[in-house]
Design a binder for this molecule. Structure first.
Ligand code: GLA
Length: 344
């Protein structure tokens, strides 16, 4: 495989974002920019060989500099919410930027979605990708510790789009990284109601109306949130106030990525499977999406796309019984999440 590199656009006189294109021999083409580590497009053939773009995004850098809700980007230092933008670590209270009411969301004012990452592109016979790296400085957005983050984003001949994250810090910190792709397996021609979803989860994390966990994990047994038996996203969505924006606790995790979710679009025959080492996955049905013009002049609207964000539980620093998101000095953080594209 090979990587095609070109300039994507300027952020300032000194800063230029690049665009990297990887293509495999099965007709899958992925475009990624080092601005926000953002996946801009994923072209996938349907069962008849017709190609569509299965993620939302923008044609040029300006779209990403505007007010876009994390479309296709990396998220850090902490994906999802931290209540009141506060946590206590080693007996010291830290205050984070409050960008979601009084809560902290997706890393704050300038999260990893707005960073111009250093890059190194690479390719071999079976895989092409970019290795992104960023040194997040001590007290950036209020978080302690100089944190070195590497994210390897790659496409394989096996049709897997893989995110491998590695991080280390010089002082204890909290960390929760994810990728925030907005998928529509029918090329955003219609809302996602006809996409069939299965989530390999035993529980979901109960939250208040601001999407902050109350500490309780609720067992899934039937009802609108239960996707243990595959069902169309549209089947029960109207029973929820605004749509899906829930964190699901995944069954058995390991050091190797395990099956987390599957989305199928019967009409086109496209299917996507998600595998991860993370303990949870946020299923978000783009409830807040509106008033944005995306690629090809398509008007982005509520429920046009779905996000499956592999991650730790929201607000973990304030819930000691949740799996820990603490990264200690000297330890290494690792995550692997895979989006695999198939046709049936
Ligand atoms: C996540 C959150 C949503 C929303 C989107 C971005 O999925 O859970 O509530 O903030 O990101 O708009």
């Amino acid at each position: 495989m090979k990587v095609d590199t070109k300039v994507f656009g300027s952020l300032s006189d000194k800063e230029e974002a690049h665009l990297f294109t990887f293509q495999n021999s099965n007709g899958i083409t992925i475009k990624v920019t080092n601005y926000g580590g953002t996946v801009i497009s994923i072209l996938v053939p349907d069962r008849d060989g017709n190609v569509d773009d299965v993620v939302l995004g923008f044609d040029n850098i300006d779209g990403y500099l505007g007010k876009h809700p994390y479309i296709g980007s990396l998220i850090g230092r902490y994906a999802n919410r931290i209540s009141n933008g506060k946590f206590i670590l080693n007996e010291k209270e830290y205050s984070l930027y409050q960008n979601d009411g009084k809560n902290h969301l997706h890393g704050g004012l300038k999260g990893y979605d707005k960073i111009l990452w250093n890059y190194n592109e690479y390719a071999d016979i079976n895989r092409a990708g970019i290795m992104l790296s960023y040194l997040s400085f001590d007290m950036e957005e209020g978080y302690p510790g100089n944190l070195k983050v590497d994210v390897n984003i790659s496409l394989g001949e096996n049709n897997e789009l893989t995110f491998e994250y590695v991080a280390s810090t010089d002082a204890d910190t909290y960390l929760n990284l994810t990728h925030h792709g907005y998928f529509n397996l029918n090329g955003a021609k219609d809302l996602i109601y006809d996409h069939e979803l299965l989530i390999n989860a035993s529980h979901y994390i109960e939250t208040d109306k601001h999407l902050i966990p109350n500490g309780k994990l609720i067992k899934l047994n039937g009802g609108p949130l239960d996707f243990n038996i595959e069902k169309p996203i549209g089947a029960d969505i109207s029973k929820l106030a605004n749509g899906y924006d829930h964190c699901f606790v995944l069954n058995k995790r390991d050091v190797h990525p395990e099956f987390a979710a599957r989305v199928r679009h019967m009409g086109s025959g496209r299917m996507m499977e998600v595998y991860t080492t993370e303990p949870a996955i946020q299923f978000y049905s783009s409830n807040f999406l509106k008033g944005i013009k995306g690629k090809g002049n398509i008007k982005y609207r509520k429920h046009l796309a779905l996000c499956l964000e592999a991650q730790h539980y929201p607000d973990s620093p304030n819930h000691p019984h949740f799996p820990s998101t603490l990264l200690k000095q000297g330890e290494v953080y690792k995550q692997t999440t895979i989006y695999k594209f198939l046709t049936e």
